[in-house]
Ligand binder design. Structure first.
Ligand code: DGL
Length: 285
């Protein structure tokens, strides 16, 4: 079984793509709606919440957890992999969303950590729209510049977007918010970016608005597709057991409210269930 984690509804954009690409697999989706948004929380809180969520998914029998959340990946993935997981869950795996996104943006495999010349995209400008915590982590800039030092990465935090989405804000409000962030980013540039990364899994829910507000030359990098490609590659190399195909959707939030907002965005019923309170995380002996 594969666990898919996000702070709330955003990871559903990834889940939709994973179900399409891996219809025979069994997944469990965990949305931490009870604590979303993560983007304005402290580093320590994000690490703690991500650890608790991963722990629940590992306890349910997931061999792999996909962190379908840029904020959790940017802030917590490395810390958890190098500390807690080594001690408590040495046989379990974590796949974050940032490595495949950086690979796609730089056209360079993750394990190549230095520039490979000639570089097809070396003078491109890439726009990154993300949460405040992801931007402050500086992970995207560091990883992109290791591989493509001449790329200009322009980062735009969008602090209100996730809260607006999670509260089911109307279209006009979302449109105005996206327009404000796009204009803020473009005002600092003298040419349109070649690429834009919607570096928060909630934002593909607003992809049509981003497309409408960005210059026509700017192409959007599709994170759900990029992550599905990475999972395909991962599953060719690692054995993750599976039984009955399908997805179980769990939430730490209010089930009725979470279902209502999920349906509003995906135009289909997403059968969220409450995550029952489970035993506290295993501590290393
Ligand atoms: N959807 C998440 C991301 O990809 C986090 C959003 C939030 O909770 O602030 O960054």
């Amino acid at each position: 079984m594969i666990g898919v984690f996000d702070s709330g509804h955003g990871g559903l954009t990834v889940m939709r793509e994973l179900v399409r690409r891996f219809p025979h697999r069994d997944f469990v989706y965990l949305g931490d709606h009870g604590h979303a948004p993560y983007g304005d929380k402290s580093h320590e809180e994000i690490v703690q919440l991500t650890q608790e969520a991963c722990d629940k998914l590992f306890r349910m029998g997931c061999g792999l957890v996909v962190l379908a959340c840029n904020t959790a990946t940017a802030v917590a993935a490395r810390t958890l992999q190098q500390g807690w997981m080594r001690e408590v869950w040495p046989d379990k795996k974590l796949l974050g969303i940032i490595a495949p996104t950086v690979e796609a943006a730089t056209q360079t495999p993750w394990n190549i950590k230095e520039p490979v010349f000639p570089q097809k995209f070396n003078t491109d400008t890439i726009a990154l729209f993300a949460t405040t915590a992801t931007v402050e982590s500086k992970v995207y800039g560091e990883e992109i510049h290791k591989r493509c030092p001449k790329v200009t990465l322009v980062e735009q935090p969008c602090p209100r977007l996730v809260a607006l989405l999670e509260s089911g804000a109307p279209h006009e409000v979302l449109e105005l918010a996206v327009e404000g962030y796009v204009n803020a980013l473009l005002s600092g540039l003298n040419k349109p970016p070649e690429w834009a990364i919607l570096g928060c899994t909630h934002y593909p829910l607003l992809q049509h608005i981003f497309y409408a507000k960005l210059p026509t030359q700017t192409r959007l990098l599709n994170q759900p597709e990029v992550l599905a490609n990475a999972l395909e590659d991962y599953l060719e190399r690692h054995k993750i057991a599976y039984t009955n195909p399908g997805v179980r959707y769990l939430t730490t939030g209010n089930v009725a409210e979470v279902r209502r907002i999920a349906e509003q965005f995906l135009n289909e019923l997403v059968p969220f269930e409450a995550l029952e309170t489970t035993t506290p995380p295993v501590r290393a002996a």
